[in-house]
Design a protein around this ligand. Sequence first.
Ligand code: 6GU
Length: 257
Amino acid sequence: MRIDVVSIFPGYFDALELSLLGKAKQRGLIDVRVHDLRDAAHDKHRTVDDTPTGGGAGMVMKPEPWGEMLDGILAEAGNSAGAAADAEPGAAGDPLIIFPSPAGEVFTQRMARELAHEQHLVFGCGRYEGIDQRVFDEYAARGRVRLVSIGDYVLNGGEVATIAMIEAIGRLLPGVVGNPESLVEESHEEDGLLEYPSYTKPAEWRDRAVPPVLLSGNHAAIESWRREQRIERTRRVRPELLPRELRGESRGRHAAE
Ligand code: 6GU
């Protein structure tokens, strides 16, 4: 997968060199290129923002640097959106441009799975009060654009949100996570339940014992206990995630059976 990131703080993305994602980059599974938006701002101060037209607080990112930077990325990727205005937009394999924004649709595991099938993602990280609306309109008219939020709270810019999304998407790419089975039994995967609690050795630590069933060797009992834990945890912490068929059930029904 090819990923381009545009930001006025390229240093944020040094984090992508670490851990599993860093290894995936080294092994060529993910090709991440980070661009400094200021390289497309040509005045003495390399200005990327200006006052909001119509008044209001804060600053808005100017359209020209974004246009130059995104045109360059799309043209270099050799795709229709960058090359010709008359080419059909949205063809498979064309880049998908994502603008992280608290005003966007909410990023979920489902969206991560969808985006993991893309060949080329471009993340445009806004700062200040946002980017001039015409930038979204221009690239939406020429190809595929999505505004995506990582949750209902406000960050100072799209950088941290982009790192979160790249990590969530990147780990789903073939070969990035060593044991693909570890992707399956996870919160938000498969059946939408949260994860069960995990334990390792020693069997007792500070007077706290590992639940005995996990030491029983009874795999059916262990599986059933883990499922019960997942349901109870989900009911307690995220009841809105509970599948319909589990909603009416009282606490501890399985334990009582
Ligand atoms: Cl994607 N950007 C910003 N600035 N704040 C956010 C966000 C994104 N998602 C949640 N809060």
